[in-house]
Design a protein around this ligand. Structure first.
Ligand code: ADP
Ligand code: MG
Length: 302
């Protein structure tokens, strides 16, 4: 079987190359010819889709990027994408994931999605800022809708700090969120593939409210509670994700609270922590889906 691994032409750091290599090695172990293609090579309107050689014609596309326009175009061309364009799009935008999941009975922190703005706003004069403060209290979290590795997540202590931050963020889309104090500096990352948990880890940071490893957090092997696994599986089902990394916060009495979901979650750290190679599971899942094995099993189960 041949597939394409679609990556971003402009992303060249070691951190990403490691993931691409792990996926290609996992494919090779399972006799899949996984050809790397960039979003520049495949550009809509430039690439010749009508003359792909029979050796290169993919049975599937493992889309390891967030170039949602290209993903949509490839689906229009009839390719099966893993993950699908819509799943990637919803995960990439933290406000869209919140909107979808909070309507499916999934416990999330109290969240206010900021209105769209086109130019600088005079926040001192906007009453809704006071309503946000009244609803969430301090400290509160501000998140840019698009961000990763904890870099675009902020903890704000008072109104002056909030206004200063909002001014610095300009017109970027954001949301305001209740700070889950009981989860300060810690969370659980669960990797789901094909609706099942593959591995998980506990992440913690004693010096920062964000647990991300890239931001200095540490990791430990972790056996999640059933309720945490159920939440992660439910998130993936609700968004139609073939695979994902789900971040879960510790609410009151350790109640699982959804933090965010990553459609292209990095899995090198969790491999170092647990020895489980998520890439192997992703490739297995794709083969089963393409061969209709999962479908047969589902029919059989019914
Ligand atoms: N509402 C919250 N309450 C407490 N901690 C949070 C909250 N939201 C995020 N965090 C912390 O910040 C980290 C980064 O937030 P997250 O939404 O996962 O963004 P990113 O995509 O940058 O990883 C989380 O792993 C968690 O440790
Ligand atoms: Mg995260």
């Amino acid at each position: 079987m041949t597939g394409w691994l679609v990556v971003n032409h402009f992303v060249k750091s070691k951190k990403f190359m490691e993931i691409f290599n792990m996926l290609q090695e996992a494919a090779e172990r399972q006799q899949v010819n996984l050809i790397k293609k960039t979003n520049v090579e495949l550009m809509c309107g430039l690439f010749d889709y009508d003359n792909i050689s029979i050796f290169e014609k993919p049975s599937f596309i493992l889309f390891w990027d967030k170039d949602i326009r290209l993903a949509n175009f490839l689906e229009e061309k009839g390719f099966r994408l893993f993950n699908t364009a819509s799943a990637i799009e919803i995960c990439d935008d933290k406000s869209l994931s919140h909107i979808k999941l909070s309507q499916q009975g999934i416990k999330t922190p109290k969240t206010i999605v900021s209105p769209k703005i086109y130019w600088d706003v005079d926040y001192e004069k906007e009453e809704y800022i006071d309503m946000v403060i009244e609803t969430l209290g301090f400290p509160l979290i501000v998140k840019e809708c698009f961000g990763s590795f904890g870099r675009q997540v902020y903890l704000v202590q008072n109104k002056d700090e909030l206004i200063e931050l909002l001014k610095s963020l300009g017109v970027r889309p954001i949301l305001f969120q209740e700070f889950i104090e009981s989860s300060k500096g810690r969370d659980v990352r669960i990797h789901i593939v094909g609706g099942k948990m593959v591995t998980s880890m506990y992440r913690y940071n004693d010096n920062d409210f964000r647990a991300n490893i890239t931001n200095g957090g540490k990791m430990k092997e972790y056996t999640p509670a059933d309720a945490q696994i159920e939440l992660a599986v439910k998130v993936c089902d609700a968004l139609g994700l073939d695979f994902a990394g789900v971040d879960i916060l510790f609410g009151e009495n350790d109640e699982p609270v959804f933090c965010e979901v990553n459609s292209n979650a990095h899995f090198k750290n969790i491999y170092d922590c647990t020895g489980v190679n998520v890439a192997d599971y992703i490739i297995r899942h794709i083969i089963d889906e393409i061969n209709g094995f999962n479908l047969d099993m589902k029919l059989y189960a019914n």
